[in-house]
Design a protein around this ligand. Structure first.
Ligand code: COA
Length: 173
């Protein structure tokens, strides 16, 4: 299978919304800590084509999509000019989302998207890359540790009515 990565355009809004919805649902819907109504409330707002289009047209946001035979199997979203308390660096960049479709987890999609994100961060002059990851998302935490990210704080991620705790993690670029 040949995997390619490309920067997404506004033409991709609809398909990214579908992939974002599916990959978020598969990752978190079965977790006993997530109430279905909170999940639905967040997803109905975050993963519409309209919301993704707004992100794609935001000058600070960058999407990369991973494709196999022209089908998107994962995506990453980065955001420039995004910082929070606890994040170091003069010019950090946020890795807001990194998702592989569930049937492709463990097949190198996340790694390829991560390497592309790190390359973009470096080429764009950022000195630190950071992210938020749910405290119960141990698989993703381990994945990020493997790429050199370390916990540097916590913040609240609002999932519907549920204020969830995310770990903040960062690494030098
Ligand atoms: C986190 C995620 C993006 C990782 O992507 P992936 O496609 O499964 O990861 P890859 O197959 O590219 O793995 C890359 C490397 O990390 C390692 N790795 C992946 N998950 C790991 C884990 N939980 N623990 C330790 N190592 C891990 C792999 O073994 C591989 O190592 P190698 O290069 O030495 O072979 C993916 O699991 C995912 O989409 N999860 C659901 C959504 C999610 O939680 N996203 C993060 C939200 S913050």
């Amino acid at each position: 299978m040949s995997l390619t990565i490309r920067r997404a355009t506004i033409e991709d809004a609809e398909i990214i919304a579908q992939i974002a919805w599916q990959s978020f649902y598969d990752a978190f819907a079965d977790h006993p800590k997530n109430a279905p109504e909170d999940l639905k409330s967040y997803m109905d707002e975050a993963f519409t084509a309209k919301a993704i289009l707004a992100e794609l047209t935001d000058k600070d946001s960058i999407f990369f999509v991973a494709e196999i035979e022209n089908k998107i199997v994962g995506y990453a979203k980065l955001k420039q000019n995004s910082c929070e308390e606890g994040i170091s660096g003069e010019n950090p960049i946020e890795l807001c989302r990194l998702y592989s479709l569930s049937e492709f987890i463990g097949k190198g999609i996340g790694k390829t998207l991560m390497l592309k994100s790190l390359e973009f961060a470096k080429e764009s002059g950022h000195d630190v890359i950071w992210l938020g990851v749910w405290e119960y998302n141990h698989r993703a935490q381990e994945f990020y540790k493997k790429f050199g990210f370390e916990k540097c704080g916590e913040h609240i991620f609002q999932l519907g009515s549920d204020p969830q705790t995310d770990w903040l993690m960062e690494r030098k670029v």
